[in-house]
Design a protein around this ligand. Structure first.
Ligand code: GDP
Ligand code: IMO
Ligand code: MG
Length: 422
């Protein structure tokens, strides 16, 4: 029995949902601890595809308790739509628990996300426009509205009206937008009635589960390089996707975590703006996008694609204390004549192997590649490591060597069973 953290090691979309669903089948509790419906986690099980944004990817297992912890920001409309769509497909959500401390995404947050992005012009972040940043801003500013407030109609009305007055000033006077009316309050109180049955102090639930020796899985959202503190700031999200963020977002202590598993793709992708040293602008990039179906789960935007960057993975191993790595989408690499791994960056003639803090410095960096012969075989049906083509194994083992981490599982397709355990 163990408590495991699963995080994204690149810029998100590494296949966390798929891997979490696999681990969830033997977990008692699955916990989302940060982010909101900017996340899009895909699970393919029994021929069905599920795209989850807020509800933990353990939900397909009715025995698993699924927790939305204090650090998550919740759009009540979106979570209810997700609940309804799962129930309509025969998936029970009776095992869902929502922490009363989680913050609520309000209509003015969504409005402000769009307006601030438009005002940034060419320097926009490329956010998902789901109101995530503005909601976390209110949380830090200490004016946010939490699920426990939403459960109290008087308090919710009072706080909403107070915030709306100020937000409308910002919307109209600063951004030249149109003021919002207060009709959302009634709408949100309707959502509150439906959400009430899920609300429970999840910090106690998670603590008790770990103390009782149960299997607890923390479902990361986004990825290391999108971390507010250590990512490619300001082209990041507004929360902490690294393993340390789990403690803050779930309300547990670091001594309660046994393993930290990083998820990576066999290449690199990014949605939204911001630096991406190994990005490909050629046919190979297009081939990876098409073969890997690299289009955003949340926004449908085409994902930027590039070679695997070992500098980034090493950074993730270090900053999250990863105990192992899962390498997904090895199947997508089949058919490429040459595989390239970025082993360092060349900056003004000097080779650096640590990811720089400053974007200005990063802009001067050119990736240094190590080339390896590719493989042509279809690997989607392979379940044993030894049966992989020699060149695929060499690629996997070189990544392990460069990043100083064990690759414990390899994804060879989107299905639940399309994995190689090592
Ligand atoms: P997440 O945000 O990390 O959960 O990842 P997404 O669901 O946004 O994107 C990952 C995509 O890759 C999804 O469409 C998955 O079904 C798919 N996927 C995951 N692992 C594999 C794999 O090993 N091979 C292939 N071909 N697809 C995979
Ligand atoms: P999952 O959990 C990929 C990116 C956005 C944008 C930046 C800020 O599916 O891996 P935000 O709306 O959070 O303020 O946008 O972060 N982003 C993601 N990219 N996967 C995600 O989640 C993401 N969540 C946010 O594209 O660049
Ligand atoms: Mg995703």
């Amino acid at each position: 029995m163990a408590s495991r953290v699963i995080i994204g090691s690149q810029w998100g979309d590494e296949g966390k949902g798929k891997t979490i669903d696999i681990y969830a089948q033997k977990s008692d509790v699955v916990v989302r601890s940060q982010g909101g419906n900017n996340a899009g986690h895909t699970v393919e099980a029994d021929g069905q595809v599920y795209k989850l944004h807020l509800i933990p990817s353990g939900i397909l297992n009715p025995e698993t308790v699924c927790v939305i912890g204090p650090g998550v920001v919740i759009d009540p409309k979106v979570i209810l739509e997700e609940i309804d769509s799962l129930e309509a497909r025969g998936v029970t959500t009776d095992n869902l628990k929502i922490d009363p401390r989680a913050h609520v995404i309000m209509p003015y947050h969504i409005e402000l996300d769009g307006l601030s992005e438009a005002a940034r012009g060419k320097t926009d972040i490329g956010t998902t426009k789901r109101g995530i940043g503005p909601c976390y801003m209110d949380k830090s500013e200490r004016s946010g509205i939490r699920i426990c407030d939403l459960m109290d109609s008087n308090l919710f009305t009072q706080k909403s009206l107070r915030n709306l007055e100020l937000k409308n000033k910002i919307i109209t006077l600063i951004y030249g937008g149109k003021a919002l009316d207060d009709s959302f309050i009634k709408e949100y109180l309707g959502y509150a009635d439906r959400l009430r049955k899920y609300v429970e102090d999840t910090t106690c639930l998670v603590y008790d589960a770990i103390k009782a020796g149960k299997d607890v899985l923390f479902e990361g959202a986004q990825g290391t390089l999108l971390d507010l503190s250590i990512g490619t700031y300001p082209y990041v999200t507004s929360s902490y996707p690294i393993s340390g963020g789990v403690c803050i977002g779930a309300g547990i202590g670091p001594t309660m975590i046994d393993e930290c598993i990083g998820i990576a793709k066999a290449y690199t992708t990014r949605v939204g703006k911001g630096p991406f040293p190994t990005e490909l602008f050629d046919e190979i990039g297009d081939t990876i996008r098409e073969k890997g179906n690299e289009y955003g789960t949340t926004t449908g935007r085409p994902r930027r694609c590039g070679w695997l960057d070992a500098v980034i993975l090493k950074f993730s191993v270090r900053t999250s204390g990863l105990t192992s790595l899962v390498l997904n989408k090895l199947d997508t690499m089949s058919g490429l004549e040459t595989l390239k791994i970025c082993t360092g960056y060349k900056k003004n003639g000097e080779i650096i192997t640590e990811f720089p803090a400053s974007l200005e410095e990063l802009a001067l960096c050119k990736p240094v590649y190590e080339e390896m012969p590719g493989f042509n075989e279809d690997v989607t049906g392979i379940r044993e490591y030894d049966k992989l083509p020699e060149n695929a194994k060499r690629y996997v083992e070189r990544i392990e060597q460069l990043c100083d981490v064990k690759i414990s599982m390899i994804g060879v397709g989107p299905g639940r069973d399309q994995n190689i355990n090592r």
